[in-house]
Write a protein that binds this ligand. Sequence first.
Ligand code: ZN
Length: 53
Amino acid sequence: MSKFLRVRCDCGEDMVVYGDSKTAVYCEKCGNLVAEPRGGRAVINCRIIEVLS
Ligand SMILES: [Zn+2]
């Protein structure tokens, strides 16, 4: 999924992550792990609210 995703953490913070991110992404606000790389693509651990093209 080579797209940018707008996701919303459980704390309510929105952020944009890359669907093929090779690095773990943490919420800037609460430090929750929101995306982790697995098998070349990111596994999203929170709600995806929008897929950006
Ligand atoms: Zn958060």
